[in-house]
Design a binder for this molecule. Sequence first.
Ligand SMILES: NC(=O)c1ccc[n+]([C@@H]2O[C@H](COP(=O)([O-])OP(=O)(O)OC[C@H]3O[C@@H](n4cnc5c(N)ncnc54)[C@H](O)[C@@H]3O)[C@@H](O)[C@H]2O)c1
Length: 388
Amino acid sequence: MNYHRIGVIGLGQRIAHVLAAMKEVGWMLEVAGYSDPSPVGLPILADAGIEPGRSYRDEAELLADGPFDLVMIGSPNHLHFEHLKTAFAAGYPIFAEKPIVRTFAESYALGRILSGTAVPPLFIGLVMRSMPIVREVIARADSGELGDLISMDATEHLPPEHGAYLARNWRRRQAWGGSFMLDKVCHDFDIFGRIAGARPAQVASFAGRRVFRPDRADVPLTYEDGTAAYAGRDAGWMGANDAFQSDMDVDDHQVAIVHYANGLALSFHSNSHVSLQERRWYVAGTKGTMLADLVRNKLMIRPALDRRKPERIDYATRTADNHNGADQAMAIDLLAALEGERAFPVTPRDSLEAGLTVMAIDEAAATGQMVDCRPMWAAFDEAMAPAG
Ligand SMILES: NC(=O)c1ccc[n+]([C@@H]2O[C@H](COP(=O)([O-])OP(=O)(O)OC[C@H]3O[C@@H](n4cnc5c(N)ncnc54)[C@H](O)[C@@H]3O)[C@@H](O)[C@H]2O)c1
């Protein structure tokens, strides 16, 4: 295995966790340094026994101090596009966190860059692609045993502490995070598009902010055992103190329906303040049904005309970060991709398509209109068309 010299743009909690997972699965790595005005991830790196290296003034100073075997981008979402462009110019392989970019315009602009110029290898942290349960979901859908996929419903429900963190962290502002759905469920819509084998044709959505708002009276601020609620995690860069009194302008719950171009109909329900946590995909095909419970890491499948017990696969790994071993699996995939052994499980194009899907859903919610996705895909395909 090769030794890897790494530069980090945005040393937040996420990149620190990914670096810890990389070390855990055996990467030989050295973090040469980072550019970050207030590196929230330092304590996580320290816990993992990884030295953070030098603190650089900005990403330009960092990248000038190459060569790097990998540049990792973990800044807030509104900075991804600029940080990617700067890193492209430096030419080293890049791992960048999702969502790949934050807006329609950035998606098309990045598409043009990716199709028009030689860019270094780019790996996006759509970490669910690396999870064994998700690989199985994809393999089962691809195998044909479910038949044609007809309809599907999916959820992502977060416990109150997680919702409160989103309401206090930079994700609370559209200008930094994009939207509740873009930041949280671009993962899920990446997989839905992959198993559908088609793009959304039409989307509709309703969303709102009805939980984390200042005018709610008598919100209890403790759990039943007396411990403080809504304040469990450091809110980090541009953080706000109070989940209810912050200047949040993103939604805290959202529902969406999606009609894919091949006929698959999907409904999605998300809420950031629930006491029964759930992330679940229910996939109904002509020949079989599949239910993936991503929180409990369990998969259940049964052919349509089979009355015996369903096949159950229990992936056993459950971790407190709710990633259930995904970070370690992605770290192995990233190493294999960098060393030329196999392709990374998700491409920049996939990542852009997942982001655009969620942006169309958000546009539907914002306008109250059903969105016809065809103009969006036409603009995207034009951006991605090879120059010439
Ligand atoms: N794949 C996943 O499962 C997953 C999970 C969490 C977060 N993420 C993504 O990772 C990214 C970071 O999220 P996070 O949870 O680590 O947030 P965070 O707030 O912990 O970290 C963000 C870091 O960016 C830094 N930063 C701010 N401005 C900067 C600048 N100009 N240059 C460099 N750094 C700057 C902040 O100081 C902070 O340290 C986001 O894009 C998020 O969507 C992905």
